[in-house]
Design a protein around this ligand. Structure first.
Ligand code: CTP
Ligand code: MG
Length: 166
């Protein structure tokens, strides 16, 4: 899951500048995505996710990874792109439900990246998804994701990278 987990914190570190929605709003008067979704965050996050995935592929070749899932260039790209597309789509619906940028939206804030990554895998590489992500692995992901999300966001808040600890 590293290629899906890394894009969010990297987007928080390097994001900023031009927002993905270019400042535009929907007919409901609220922003399409909001100022928390920027091109810089999107690009830096995706590149970081792909980079860590390529390191995983290299490490698996050089050292072996036992029974851990084997990344491919495609799986790495789908995990990284899917994570931030999920995050972006989450923000779209968050705005439609009237929640401001940075507001807390339990469950969606934690699982957007997992949903995005897995939907892309399901559509573009289901063979990899079903051979590499076993049921126990999937359950681990569901348990670990909100814990990691919370821990990393608290760290980001303490380091003043994030304005809120969620
Ligand atoms: N970020 C970015 N571009 C993205 C995703 C994130 O620039 N595509 C940066 C923004 O600075 C954002 C921070 O990372 O404020 C934290 O991301 P997140 O918590 O997802 O955004 P929020 O500001 O909470 O906005 P939202 O309510 O839309 O989730
Ligand atoms: Mg947030």
């Amino acid at each position: 899951m590293l290629p899906a987990y890394l894009p969010n914190p990297v987007a928080a570190l390097f994001g900023g500048g031009i927002p993905v929605d270019l400042g535009r709003s929907c007919p409901d008067g609220r922003r399409v995505f909001g100022d928390g979704k920027t091109y810089r965050g999107l690009i830096a996050g995706i590149l970081a996710g792909i980079a860590i995935g390529l390191v995983q592929i290299w490490a698996a070749g050089a050292y072996g990874l036992g029974s851990l899932p084997r990344q491919t260039v495609l799986s790495v790209m789908l995990l990284a792109v899917g994570a931030l597309l999920g995050d972006l789509l989450k923000s779209f619906f968050k705005r439609r439900f009237g929640r401001e940028r940075g507001a807390k939206w339990p469950v969606a804030d934690q699982y957007d990246l997992v949903a995005g990554a897995f939907v892309l895998l399901l559509v573009f590489d289901p063979a990899w998804l079903f051979s590499e992500v076993t049921l126990p692995a999937f359950i681990c992901i569901l348990i670990l994701t909100p814990l990691l999300h919370r821990a990393v966001n608290i760290i980001g808040y303490l380091l003043k990278v994030k304005e809120v600890p969620w």
